[in-house]
Design a binder for this molecule. Structure first.
Ligand code: HAM
Length: 418
């Protein structure tokens, strides 16, 4: 039997698992300032849900879904993203009637995409996302962008590029698509784009192979209705006022079909990374209506890849998790001492100290090595001599100060030497 994890997945342990947990804590604390609430949806959903909403011609639906058949041959997929499940849950649980509007949700969880694994691209990855449902004002679009931006700033990242575009719907979209098609007809396109141009021409701009050819393509944000243009301008005005710099990118269409207006991405670049997309999002005002035509709630949100964020942090020697340490490591010099140590540890842990001891019955030298490896701030040394006198020795590893401490004073002294 081959003992190996599936391609494109990761085992996280010790530092890597702790970095991820620490990042989750930071995210939870920031979103609570913005008054978001958590939503947890199943890891698998009906396949149809994504085909109808993310779009059949998108890469996610056409080639990247992990598909499952249950015993009754019903089709499910491992969720490739978090927006659609959130909306499904809002509709199914009628959350719009139960809670303050707009609904402000966040989620953190595993998403699955059958992509070719490469740097920053996994088949199972962790995504953090927010979705604000039930209000349409450019101020919310700005708040969403600011939240995204501030998260990246809060963890210490610089070299960020915020890219904005605005899609249009209705007649203007038709006009744009016609002009785009005309422009594309003069281009030598890859095989995938030949199909895309017929079924969903906007997706052509998403092509990674031919992207540079579309620099001179018609710009969708020049096709907006007066109202849409005003909305998009307002977003830009507020961002400028708040000194958040951005670039307009007419080729930014995002890999999902549900967006209707603002779309944005935040990319990170440095000596190791070029244009690593950490965050992507936008406004999707028709998704709820498309799934349930008795409902009409506009929405905006974004998703962020946690592994990508951690990659960017690592390249910059930035850490989120605390340095690992113990308040004390107990060194036992006899069997009696080991017996005593287990009740001492229980008492110390109950009092809030981080402590551990040796379970391998090793000599003193090896136990002192563990103190260094585990970054224990104090050594508590217990031998038969100490037990006879009802004392332990406490050695502060930083100052070197060593003292004999009566049993009943251990908590007190350790509190001072912490
Ligand atoms: P997305 O751009 O497909 O958008 O994904 C958002 C982020 O998830 C990406 O910017 C990237 O950081 C991360 N990501 C995506 N695929 C992978 C992968 N294979 N490996 C590692 N990280 C990955 C969405 O998913 C939308 N639901 C975002 C959204 C929310 N729009 C509105 N609300």
């Amino acid at each position: 039997m081959l003992i190996q994890k599936p391609r494109g997945t990761e085992d996280l342990y010790y530092e890597s698992a702790e970095e991820l947990s620490a990042l989750e804590l930071v995210l939870r604390s920031i979103v609570s300032q913005y008054n978001y609430h958590e939503i947890r949806t199943p890891i698998f959903e009906g396949k149809d849900l994504f085909t109808r909403t993310v779009g059949e011609e998108t890469d996610i639906v056409s080639k990247e879904m992990f598909e499952l058949l249950d015993k009754k041959e019903r089709e499910f997929v491992l969720r490739p993203e978090g927006t659609v499940p959130t909306i499904r849950s809002i509709i199914e649980n009628k959350l719009y009637g139960k809670y303050e509007m707009p609904l402000k949700f966040f989620y953190i969880g595993s998403m699955f995409r059958y992509e070719r694994p490469q740097h920053g691209r996994l088949r199972q990855f962790n995504q953090f996302g927010v979705e604000v449902v039930g209000a349409k004002t450019y101020l919310l679009d700005v708040e969403t962008i600011l939240l995204a931006y501030n998260i990246l700033k809060a963890v210490g990242l610089n070299n960020l590029t915020l890219k904005l575009n605005c899609l249009t719907t209705g007649v203007n979209k038709e006009k744009y698509i016609n002009d785009l098609k005309e422009f594309l007809s003069g281009q030598d396109l890859c095989a995938d784009c030949q199909t895309r141009i017929k079924k969903n021409p906007l997706r052509v701009l998403d092509c990674k192979i031919d992207n540079a050819k579309f620099d001179k393509a018609p710009k969708i944000y020049e096709y907006l209705t007066e109202q849409e243009a005003k909305y998009f301008n307002n977003i830009q005005k507020v961002l400028t006022k708040l000194e958040v710099s951005f670039e307009l990118d007419h080729k930014l269409v995002r890999g999902l079909d549900y967006y209707t207006a603002l779309v944005f991405e935040i990319n990170f670049s440095d000596d190791h990374e070029k244009d690593l997309t950490l965050i992507g999002g936008g406004r999707y005002d028709n998704l709820i209506h498309e799934l349930d035509n008795s409902l009409d709630y506009p929405a905006v949100g974004f998703g962020m890849g946690l592994e990508r964020l951690l990659l960017a942090l690592k390249n910059n020697n930035l850490k989120i998790s605390e340095e690992d340490y113990l308040d004390a490591y107990i060194i036992c010099l006899s069997d009696h001492a080991r017996y005593f140590a287990s009740s001492l540890m229980l008492m110390l842990r109950t009092s809030g100290f981080k402590v551990d001891t040796d379970y391998l019955e090793r000599g003193v030298k090896a136990q002192f090595k563990s103190i260094e490896r585990l970054n224990a701030h104090n050594a508590i040394i217990i031998g038969d001599e100490e037990l006879k006198k009802n004392v332990v020795k406490i050695k502060n590893q930083k100052t070197g100060k060593e003292q004999e401490v009566k049993f009943e004073k251990i908590i007190n002294v350790l509190g001072k030497e912490k």
